[in-house]
Design a protein around this ligand. Structure first.
Ligand code: NAP
Length: 254
């Protein structure tokens, strides 16, 4: 019998926002494939948490800088799915994996810029491209951007510019994939208390206060503020939402 349970793939879900999104997606009744870069142990814990929610889960290693590995990655996932569901396709792709770079324009090196391009733009573009034949019609893509694509904090020029690029990329995806009824949207978190950037928003009291004082709802964000919004975009109730940027920042810097 055909398995009708929808399947989402979340990159960078060993911790932080990806982990929270994966768990919230599982709570909506989807099976979830997660990826990690170096943190296999944490990723396996996320798999166990998803399974405890009654959904299927598996973790794969993926370095989104390594575009050459994508074809094999997509094939491995297809083989796994074919074996378990009789079909190679997923329904939702969540491009979440990412790292921070805090560097003033004057100090930014070419190597730093190249690495950020690889993670935050080239990796997102080609991973999505490679998955496109294996996303069911009517499915969706959620790209994680940042408030820093809208407002400016010194030191985030490369990161913010690339996130802005991903936002435009998402509009192109929405247009080009509309005929297949595939939605493409952006979730743009404000500053959230995760390990991101060495845990700056969570652990640096001055930074945390700066964020809280410039946020309408009066505090820095938590992973739990984000995952449910990503998960909503993976539900039938969100079927008419595409080409949108949803900022989830508690009203930061507006
Ligand atoms: P995080 O807690 O540092 O987690 C990063 C995740 O990405 C981890 O699962 C990590 O895997 C994975 N990852 C890192 N480098 C990777 C690579 N080269 N290839 C594949 N995976 C990689 O960060 P987060 O706060 O959850 O951030 C998630 C996303 O939200 C990022 O796109 C970030 O830009 C965006 N965002 C974050 C904030 C914030 O304030 N936290 C605000 C706006 C947007 P390992 O655990 O295996 O290393």
């Amino acid at each position: 019998m055909e398995n009708k349970t929808k399947i989402a793939l979340v990159t960078g879900a060993s911790r932080g926002l990806g982990k929270n999104s994966a768990l919230k997606i599982a709570q909506k009744g989807l099976d979830v494939i997660i990826t990690y870069n170096s943190n296999k142990e944490e990723a396996e814990k996320v798999v166990a948490e998803i399974e405890a929610l009654g959904q299927k889960a598996i973790a794969y290693q993926l370095d989104t800088r390594n575009t050459k590995s994508f074809e094999e990655f997509v094939k491995n996932i297809g083989d796994y799915l074919e074996k378990n569901t009789g079909n190679r396709n997923i329904d939702f792709l969540i491009n979440n994996a990412g790292t921070a770079l805090y560097a003033p324009i004057t100090d930014t090196t070419e190597e730093q810029l190249d690495e950020m391009v690889d993670i935050h733009f080239k990796g997102v573009f080609f991973l999505t491209q490679k998955f496109l034949p294996f996303i069911n019609d009517g499915g969706g893509i959620v790209n994680i951007s940042s408030g820093l694509a809208r407002f400016v904090l010194p030191g985030s020029s490369v990161y913010g510019s690339l996130k802005a690029g991903v936002e435009m990329m998402t509009k192109y995806l929405a247009k080009e994939l509309g005929a297949r009824k595939i939605k493409a949207n952006v979730v743009a978190p404000g500053a959230i208390e995760t390990d991101f950037g060495g845990g700056r928003t969570r652990d640096d009291k001055n930074m945390n206060a700066l964020v809280a004082n410039n946020t309408a709802l009066g505090r820095a964000g938590l992973p739990d503020d984000i995952g449910g919004v990503v998960a909503f975009l993976c539900t039938e109730d969100a079927r008419w939402i595409t080409a949108q940027r949803i900022e989830v920042s508690g009203g930061m810097f507006f």
